[in-house]
Design a protein around this ligand. Structure first.
Ligand code: PMP
Length: 369
């Protein structure tokens, strides 16, 4: 070994791009999730039983091949009444957001988001070196439309809106979304419909009318396939062909591709699950009213509630009862707020029972809120 080279090696270290050095990190608290999972807005029960059967039929020959996305994209496009060139299957919506940022953002561009919202928009924007401009919602946590419109400028290249939004559960109406997209024709508007099923209104059919809108959908929530990692983008072919260039040809694994058509076919299961969530959302909101806990009306499969200064103690007390909920206090404008996922009847009942006991244990009083 040459001692001179060794010294040189000690001095020279590999550095990532400046944007990567400076980007925020996201470490979701995935460890120790034994218990009732009311913390990540997943399906708390199971996917369609038909998907479980399908998985058992997968043979190893299918695993030796590179996965072929194309035929499944045709099935999915058919399901949504779109052309295959308008659909891209992705490794969850997380990858979809990453691909949009990589495809459209230059370091001098700006992305615009209303906060609080899903954190990954900011992470992937930052990785490109572009800046994120935040528009803060007021106490109502409704979408801050006037300030948002006023924040659009010639540098705005990406607008990311989740409707229903996470963690607030608030929605943005179709006319408002069209107004925003029209006000920023130079920008891609990613409309994240991850929680679409629990709401019911979609803009997937507006992608032709307003071609700068791209819709993101996940199969992690109502479909119960978060572990398979599958989501999709739907957009005008003029945009989607660029995104497709950036995307790996094998981004979605063979098992997810095999299961997706079966999951889509079982519309009865989705109807049942969504009905359960909507009924139990009403029940949870009624309970929160009775307990005197302030909450934000939600169109998703979760509710954001204001526990106040005892938010940490509340989350710990819930965990002691094997019910996991998510402290959202560090989200902008959310100090003291905790988010609880809604599951089918028995899961929500267990969540409510644990909540009532936890509030007593920590000595919560309405005045604390
Ligand atoms: N968008 C929103 C608004 C979300 O809340 C989530 C999940 N927390 C995602 C996207 C991520 O979805 P996926 O599992 O498909 O990556």
């Amino acid at each position: 070994m040459n001692p001179t080279n060794t010294k040189a090696n000690e001095q020279v270290t590999v550095q990532p791009r400046r944007a990567v050095l400076e980007m925020p990190e996201y470490h979701p608290p995935l460890a120790g999730r034994d218990g009732l999972r009311l913390d990540f807005n997943e399906n708390t029960l199971a996917p369609s039983p038909r998907v479980a059967d399908r998985i058992l039929q997968i043979n190893t020959d299918g695993l030796t091949r590179y996965p072929e996305r194309g035929p499944v994209e045709e099935t999915v496009a058919d399901h949504f009444g779109l052309a295959p060139s308008e659909v891209l299957l992705t490794n969850g919506v997380d990858e979809a957001i990453h691909l949009i940022c990589e495809t459209f953002l230059e370091p001098e561009d700006e992305a615009l988001i209303a906060v609080p919202t899903f954190f990954m928009y900011e992470v992937y924007v930052a990785a490109t070196g572009a800046k994120t401009k935040h528009v803060q919602a007021d106490e109502s946590l409704q979408f801050p439309l006037d300030n948002f419109l006023a924040s659009i400028n010639e540098h705005t290249k990406l607008i990311a809106i989740a409707s229903p939004n996470n963690p607030t559960g608030a929605v943005v109406g179709r006319d408002t979304l069209l107004r925003i997209a029209e006000a920023a024709p130079q920008a891609v508007v990613i409309l994240d419909e991850a929680y679409y099923h629990f709401y019911g209104d979609s803009m997937i059919n507006d992608i032709h009318r307003q071609p700068n809108i791209i819709i993101a959908r996940t199969f992690s929530k109502a479909y119960g396939l978060a572990g398979l990692r599958i989501g999709m983008l739907a957009g005008d072919e003029s945009l989607m062909r660029h995104v497709r260039k950036v995307c790996s040809p094998y981004n979605v694994n063979a098992i997810a591709l095999d299961c997706l058509p079966t999951a889509l076919e079982d519309t009865e299961y989705i109807r049942w699950y969504v009905n359960q969530i909507q009924a139990n959302r009403t029940l949870l909101e009624k309970t929160l009213n009775m307990l005197g806990i302030r909450y934000w009306p939600s169109r998703a499969n979760f509710v954001l509630m204001h526990i106040g200064p005892l938010h940490k103690e509340f989350v710990v007390a819930m965990r002691r009862r094997h019910v996991l909920v998510r402290d959202r206090s560090s989200d902008p404008g959310c100090n003291g707020n905790v988010r609880i996922t809604i599951g089918p009847e028995d899961h929500t009942a267990r969540g409510i029972t644990a909540m009532e006991a936890s509030l007593i244990e920590i000595g919560w009083r309405k005045i604390d809120g």
